[in-house]
Design a protein around this ligand. Structure first.
Ligand SMILES: Cc1ncc(C[n+]2csc(CCOP(=O)(O)OP(=O)(O)O)c2C)c(N)n1
Ligand SMILES: [Mg+2]
Length: 335
């Protein structure tokens, strides 16, 4: 791992703290999601019915981005959104309530885990692959027109980087020098399709040259390198120098969705050894800025916060079925 000298000990501990918070949240959702789907796995059963895409292993991307964004900056994400939502400051209680389909959720329980919208912090995501890129562009255009130094970040998977919306967004962002940062999470897989079977180039970073913008690839899920790459891209965007593309080689620790048997996956055996949290914990311990007690304290604090959010969600009311069509159409719009 390349050590970035500009990172203080406090910054580095904050990166780890964020990664631990995200993992604690994903583990709690994993537990709750599976709690009432047994003995046979029934995706439609239980308190959280439907698909669930968790981001365990991809925490470094979220922590590295979140460290550079301020209130007012925008972030768009994917069907695997929890890690970046937490790092961007989305309210954890309202997010958990949305995942549980409760009236107190971000979208009053109508959207579920792939459709988290938080206007307070300009966060959105979508179950449609590559859908997050154009809205990031639109927000960046608005920030530019208003003469602010606010930026938008679009996070997407390496599978999404083969969609038309990715290429169209890069072109327009470059042409208009928009303050937008595209972050591609290369987790090696698009569901069961390996990157080698979907993508014509070994690195999406090289695609940036086709649009005349900087492209960087960060290897090994290295949180400090991600932090450095995003920091430079955000600096450029705020200074009016235009968009950047960053690809991170990250890791999908669990299945594409919960219930995915991953029979297609030949790399599973080596996966636990690549878990970025113990890797970074050891890195900071070796650097003399972390000990076991401090790490345990991070876990305990994360657990308290996450369990509070889960309890809030579970004790919140479900939407009234009579309101199913409420918020679908603008009130009073019918002629
Ligand atoms: C437009 C569209 N096509 C197909 C799908 C089905 N789908 C859901 S996730 C996914 C793979 C996405 O892979 P990637 O972009 O690498 O993200 P990851 O799941 O690895 O985070 C596909 C094809 C979809 N949701 N939207
Ligand atoms: Mg992928």
């Amino acid at each position: 791992m390349t050590v970035q000298s500009a990172l203080s000990a406090t910054d580095r501990l904050e990166l780890l703290r964020m990664m631990v918070l995200i993992r604690t949240f994903e583990e709690a959702i994993l537990r709750e999601y599976h709690a009432d789907k047994s003995p046979g796995f029934d995706i439609g059963a239980g308190l959280v019915p439907g698909e669930m895409h968790l981001a365990a292993g991809q925490e470094p991307v979220a922590a590295g981005i979140g460290a550079h964004l301020s209130l007012g900056d925008a972030l768009t994400a994917t069907h695997r959104p929890h890690h970046v939502a937490i790092a961007h400051g989305v309210d954890m209680r309202k997010m958990a309530a949305e995942i549980f389909g409760r009236e107190t959720g971000l979208g009053r329980g109508r959207g579920g885990h792939m459709h988290l919208f938080d206007p307070e912090v300009h966060f959105s995501c979508s179950g449609i692959v590559a859908e997050g890129l154009p809205p990031a562009l639109g927000q960046a255009f608005a920030f530019q027109r208003a003469g602010t130094d606010r930026v938008a970040v679009a996070v997407a998977g390496e599978g999404a980087a083969n969609a038309g919306a990715f290429h169209e967004s890069l072109n327009l962002a470059a042409l208009w020098k928009l303050p937008v940062i595209f972050v591609i999470e290369d987790n090696d897989w698009g569901i069961s399709v390996p990157r080698s079977a979907s993508t014509s180039v070994p690195s999406n970073a090289v695609r940036a040259a086709g649009y005349g913008i900087p492209g960087t690839r960060v290897e090994d899920n290295a949180v400090e390198d991600i932090w450095a790459a995003v920091g430079e891209a955000v600096r450029r965007a705020r200074a009016g120098e235009g968009p950047s593309l960053i690809e991170v080689h990250t890791l999908r620790l669990w299945g594409h969705f919960e219930g995915d048997a991953q029979g297609y996956r030949g790399d599973l055996e080596g996966v636990p050894g690549r878990d970025p949290i113990p890797t970074y914990q050891k890195h900071l311990t070796d650097a003399g800025i972390l000990d076991d007690a401090a790490f345990a304290e991070m876990g305990a604090a994360a657990s308290t916060r996450v369990e509070d959010a889960i309890a809030f969600a579970k004790s919140s009311p479900l939407p009234d079925p009579a309101d199913a069509l409420k918020y679908v159409f603008t009130e009073g719009a019918q002629s």
